[in-house]
Design a protein around this ligand. Structure first.
Ligand code: F6P
Length: 529
């Protein structure tokens, strides 16, 4: 990459500023133009995106695409694919894309990495299959029925989110062969309540930690070992019921984990990008190898899209650009994600780590203080529930909150009453996007109240309370069905979006020094130094 130019000094940034300063039509007027709306429909790896409710005009889109060019997003992506150490503060390449399998002929990151990935993928998915087939036994010789994952952050959020999203579907609502539980929080309540109903002789623990130094995880692991021993598991039998997933297998083995119960990934995989690696082991146990590979294939399909689609149709890049427009030019300091599919209930916490641990930075790559906004506060949750809680603020509060809606067209075929419930879910999604975009003026509200028979004075008094500014920008991402493939594509879509935004903001997306100070202080308080 050439000499770093601060975002606000790039010519396109100034063009965008001028466009943002000029008067612009309200979304309710922009949406009248059907050819504009049609030009804002996109498709990537089976995901359809309706961006007609973004507050963009052709001139804005053109300037945003120029910003991507001025920011050298493409050359930066190529440097990443080639395995250059773009994570310069940790001197590491960033290659989570290589985890998605051997889909790229002559991969730019080199065949050796692909071979390592394939070997480990085979190892941990074989283990998952053996478990699912009752071939892994506990200390009384019976098959393992419960797996408890101990890990936090990237060693929890991805596999937990995906297990919740896909686990029930693949089991078709029947009890799974092996139940998978997740404990991330060292609060004793979490481990105690998870373990209370379990049979120690049929429970296996997966200790997931990239660094194998995370205090909370190691504390949980020590307690898990004690729980097994208290239930009669001898010291010799103990390692059979423990598995480690880590980038530091030496540390795990020094801690008593067997070499063939250690699954590895590499320091070129950020924790928040690691669901594709052996960190996905609990997920592979929950959904099976074939479904896990399907999720990788969904990620691959999005990689192919991002690598081979021109910028003006490149969905992750476009989502990044709309985000920059909303954040830096329309002044939105938060961004809301609302899935309208209950199995995606943990998608937002997962995205929060991916987005905010990556781009929640205040210095540029050259060490200078950023004077443009970087990652907005990402928040959200299931849309149906949010509608009856915090959506009030989205509709009538003082914050401009751009939104991503995630909809699933065919939800839960085969469940009792599925069609009627799904109809209500989708109706609400569509109504919310439209209400947030169009709003309702005071004049229209007065008229509506008059029409309902209300006296003029009362209608005038009530109208300000019952009117809506609207003009809330949103994108709807449509999945045809929630499957391992579509979930993989969705995750990779957001991963690439985060990369593109970092490239435009000129921040390092792949370090996380901000989490260190608190950790160091906890250690210092513990040791008294
Ligand atoms: O403290 C933040 C963090 O380092 C995350 O980046 C990471 O995903 C999480 O903690 C867990 O780290 P580890 O996998 O090394 O235990």
């Amino acid at each position: 990459m050439n000499h770093f130019i601060r975002p606000e000094q790039r010519p396109s940034w100034q063009v965008l500023q001028a466009l943002a300063d000029a008067p612009m039509l309200h979304l309710r007027d922009l949406l009248q133009d059907s050819s504009r709306n049609a030009s804002l429909q996109f498709e990537a790896a089976g995901i359809q995106a309706d961006a007609s409710r973004q507050r963009v005009t052709p001139a804005v889109m053109q300037a945003l695409l120029k910003l991507a060019e001025d920011s050298q997003v493409l050359p930066q992506a190529q440097a990443m694919f080639k395995g250059e150490a773009i994570n310069t503060t940790e001197h590491r390449p960033v290659l989570h894309m290589a985890l998605r399998g051997d889909h790229v002929a002559s991969p730019p990151w080199g065949a050796a990495i692909t071979a390592d990935v394939q070997r480990e993928l085979t190892r941990f998915t074989n283990f998952a299959e053996r478990l699912r087939h009752g071939e892994v036994h506990g200390f009384k010789g019976q098959a393992i029925t419960d797996v408890v994952n101990l890990g936090i952050g990237g060693s929890d959020l991805g596999p937990r989110m995906a297990t919740e999203a896909l686990g029930q579907l693949s089991a078709n609502l029947k009890a799974p062969a092996v139940r998978v539980h997740y404990v991330s929080n060292v609060d004793p309540w979490c481990l105690a309540t998870t373990l209370a109903p379990l049979d120690a002789s049929r429970t296996l623990f997966i200790v997931q930690s990239k660094t194998f130094t995370t205090q909370e995880t190691l504390t949980l692991a020590a307690s898990a070992k004690r729980w097994l021993q208290d239930a009669g598991c001898s010291g010799a039998q103990l390692p059979q019921q423990l598995v480690a997933v880590t980038a530091k297998p030496g540390l795990a083995q020094a801690d008593g984990f067997l070499a063939d119960h250690c699954f590895v990934f590499w320091d070129w995989v950020g924790g928040r990008y690691s669901v594709w690696s052996a960190i996905g082991l609990p997920l592979a146990i929950a959904i099976g190898r074939d479904a896990f590979l399907q999720m990788l294939a969904g990620g691959q399909a999005m990689d192919q899209h991002v690598m081979h689609t021109p910028p003006e149709r490149n969905l992750p890049l476009l989502m990044a650009l709309w985000g920059v427009w909303n954040r830096n030019f329309l002044g939105a300091t938060t961004h809301h994600v609302a899935p309208y599919a209950a199995p995606l209930g943990r998608f937002v916490p997962f995205l929060q780590q991916m987005d905010m641990e990556s781009n929640g930075k205040r210095v540029h790559v050259d060490g200078s203080i950023a004077s443009v906004g970087t990652s907005p506060v990402l928040w959200g949750g299931l849309g149906i529930d949010g509608q009856h809680a915090y959506f009030q603020l989205l509709h009538q509060g003082q914050h401009l909150v751009p939104m991503d809606f995630i909809g699933v067209r065919q939800g839960h075929a085969g469940l009792p009453l599925a069609a009627e419930h799904q109809r209500v879910v989708l109706l609400n999604l569509q109504a919310q996007t439209q209400a947030l975009a169009l709003g309702r003026s005071v004049a229209d509200t007065v008229q509506m109240l008059r029409d309902s028979g209300m006296a003029e004075a009362q209608a005038q008094a009530l109208a300000p309370h019952r009117s809506f500014a609207g003009n809330v920008p949103s994108t709807v991402l449509w999945l045809e069905q929630l499957t391992p493939h579509s979930l993989g594509a969705l995750i990779a879509l957001y991963e690439h979006k985060v990369f593109c935004q970092a490239a435009m903001w000129g921040v390092h997306a792949y370090d996380q020094w901000g989490v260190e100070l608190g950790k160091t202080m906890a250690k210092a308080m513990e040791t008294g130094h």
